[in-house]
Design a protein around this ligand. Structure first.
Ligand code: FAD
Length: 458
């Protein structure tokens, strides 16, 4: 009756996983494998592979070499200063991304998924149009992700967004980054370490405001010591193009001359171009596609997942949602999505990572909490001039002793918190954490040796 059993729009983290798993492991009621197509308007792999997690982490590694070289001298290595060559790094990065694009193509083809290139829009509840061709399916899954948004101020056309930052022809000598969230701060640390003079403009005073407030405060202090200049409670009024630079006029009256203005002030779901309104698919006030816990939109045959539905915008979340979707539609139907204790890392210098409730969230949820904190110099930096410090924090429910949240600033925080996520997910008690033997000498052992309550709240 239809061309396909399932058409997936968007070959990013969620879409590729859903299409691949449905085609290779799913089963229809008659026992056959579903016939699946995926439609992609850009490169296979979506945001994460092309303009997100992967190239960003490669940039973080490039930036980290600066710190390693400085530390190496303090450890007795004689290193002449080496200049960073942006074009050769970007060429290598692009080569690796192209390799990943082709791996994604092979994975899909080997699973039997038909790949259709082009921009998709919906004709009706079972029909999709791509470049004048129409394709029908029993079910349509929208895995269209999001895109950076810029505010409508005069001169905003001169500003770049994260998608552009991965393809700059040269390393800017001076850069203004607007935003106080994780993408703004990761790029601020990357460009600062690679040699740009970086100014961050943020309208609030609390960086990383969705996270435990100690993390934003700690990062602000450490980033300032590395030379990043912050303009807090400040906004951009307009941007003017000069002969060979940009002039950024601030609300306070100050003006910054810069080579590049980079906006990282938010992302929006790519739902507008799909023609969803005429089909009755509901969008939230923020523009996210509204779904129930089966990822079903207001239209019975249309589903959505990933960044486009307003759940935590992280690749592992989109992947987990895809696994649940395939299980519910073409499997045993036993899986549900569990959003409790999703760990996440911010690849600033130093790294930040977190799992569970922040102090502010725990208080808002009515808990009485004991807070354990530790702030120390990493053993590695006792021999170096680095200003980096490690900060750790445990949020513990006073009544039950359960560890509600674990937060860290410091080297390899993501690697460390991934392990501790298990403790929070399993609702481990602080006393059980105390009974764990540390690995010495590591920074991570501090998490199992914090004995003194630093303060309690409320
Ligand atoms: P996407 O991966 O965005 O895929 C959507 C795809 O749909 C895209 O390829 C798009 O081209 C396509 N598409 C959209 N509309 C149409 C259409 N009409 N027709 C055809 N195709 C269409 N997450 C982490 O977990 N860790 C990180 O370190 C991390 N770093 C990030 C850094 C940056 C700079 C950014 C921007 C994001 C980062 N993320 C990170 C978030 C992560 O990339 C996303 O959560 C993830 O990619 C979401 O997957 P998705 O499948 O929902 O959408």
């Amino acid at each position: 009756m239809y061309d396909f059993d399932l058409i997936v729009i968007g070959a990013g983290s969620g879409g590729v996983r859903a299409a691949r798993m449905a085609a290779s492991q799913g089963k229809l009621a008659n026992g056959e494998r579903p016939k699946v197509a995926i439609i992609e308007r850009g490169a296979l792999g979506g945001t994460c592979v092309n303009v997100g997690c992967v190239p960003k982490k490669l940039m973080v590694y490039a930036a980290h070499v600066d710190e390693e070289m400085k530390d190496a001298r303090d450890y007795g290595w004689q290193i002449e200063h080496q200049d960073f060559d942006w074009p050769s790094f970007i060429a290598k990065k692009n080569h690796e991304i192209a390799r990943l694009n082709s791996i994604y193509g092979n994975l899909l083809a080997n699973a039997g998924v038909s790949i259709i290139h082009g921009e998709a829009s919906l004709i009706d509840a079972h029909t999709v149009s791509v470049a004048g061709e129409q394709y029908s399916a029993d079910k349509i899954l929208l895995a269209v992700g999001g895109t950076p948004v810029k505010p409508n101020i005069p001169g905003i056309e001169h500003a770049i967004v994260s998608d552009d930052a991965f393809y700059l022809p040269s390393l800017p000598k001076h850069m203004v980054i607007v935003g106080g969230g994780y993408i703004a701060l990761e790029f601020a640390c990357i460009f600062n370490a690679l040699g740009s003079e970086v100014h961050v403009i943020y309208r609030g005073s609390q960086l990383l405001r969705a996270f435990d407030h100690d993390l934003g405060k700690g990062l602000l202090h450490q980033a300032q010591q590395q030379g990043i200049v912050f303009h807090l409670t400040e906004q951009v009024n307009h941007i003017d193009k000069l002969d060979d630079s940009l002039s950024v006029q601030l609300e306070s009256g100050d003006c910054l001359q810069t080579e590049q203005v980079f906006y990282a002030t938010g992302r929006a779901a790519l739902a507008q171009q799909l023609g969803l309104d005429k089909l009755g698919v509901e969008l939230s006030e923020q523009g996210d596609i509204v779904v129930d816990d089966q990822f079903n939109t207001a239209v019975e045959s249309i589903y959505a997942l990933g960044d486009a539905i307003g759940t935590p915008a992280l690749t592992p979340v989109a992947l987990a949602q895809a696994m649940v979707f395939v299980d519910q539609q073409y499997g045993a139907g036993r899986k549900t999505m569990d959003y409790h204790a999703i760990p996440t890392a911010i690849f600033t210098a130093p790294n930040i990572a977190t799992v569970g409730l922040s102090e502010q969230q725990a208080l808002a949820q009515g808990y009485t909490i004991d807070l354990y904190t530790s702030d120390f110099k990493h053993l590695k930096h006792t021999l170096t001039e680095s200003s980096f410090r490690v900060y750790m924090k445990l949020v513990v429910d006073q009544q039950t002793g359960i560890v509600l949240g674990v937060h860290m600033i410091g080297p390899d925080a993501g690697e460390i918190i991934q392990g501790l996520a298990l403790a929070v997910k399993c609702q481990m008690q602080k006393s059980e954490l105390d009974s764990v033997i540390g690995i010495h000498p590591t920074a991570a052992e501090e998490f199992v040796t914090m004995r003194q309550v630093a303060y309690s709240k409320p």
